[in-house]
Design a protein around this ligand. Sequence first.
Ligand code: GRF
Length: 204
Amino acid sequence: MQWSRIAVFASGQGSNFAALAEAERAGLLGGGRIELLVSDKPEAPVAKRAEEAGIPSLLLRPKDFASRELYEAEIVAELKRRDIGLIVLAGYMRLITPVLLEPYGGRIINIHPSLLPAFAGKDAIGQALEYGVKLTGVTVHFVDGGMDTGPVIAQRSVVVNAGDTPESLAERIHKIEYELYPEVVRALAEGKVTLEGRQTIIRR
Ligand code: GRF
């Protein structure tokens, strides 16, 4: 499996997908190549973005399968066919089962709009505002069987301003996501990330 052969998984808008595709075009993913988009929502805007970028996509509806495991088995077969070595979740709104986790252990990453372990799960930006924190941010982490629980690879902070709305805070968080995710994907694609227990090291 080659780290540089990347599949992005997304369910929604796909702005992070677009930022990664743009980073690749600009030569900012190093040797990293986005070979495939996988989406569980064939009608989502991200599918159109992949088409426009000329990136092949695998669009499947989980409800067309008898189980989550059979849905993921279909994905794994396509990933193997394309020799994918790195899975990048970008707004993929499903928990991953062992069918995917086992063959791709340590090769699946996610981006989350908070400083984990704070505000895991849905609506992290809303949760942070509701709690009243003064600082939140973005986390890129390896994926394990839990919800946003895997080892942290990189984090960047964002100050919460008085009077921030979910929209204004989301805008600043997304801006950081579009910078941080390509940087981490590049480091992984170039084999510069090592993981020991929960500790990750990025070699420069
Ligand atoms: C991002 O905020 C990401 O952190 C979270 O889901 C959102 C996806 O947005 N996991 P988009 O689909 O990339 O626009």
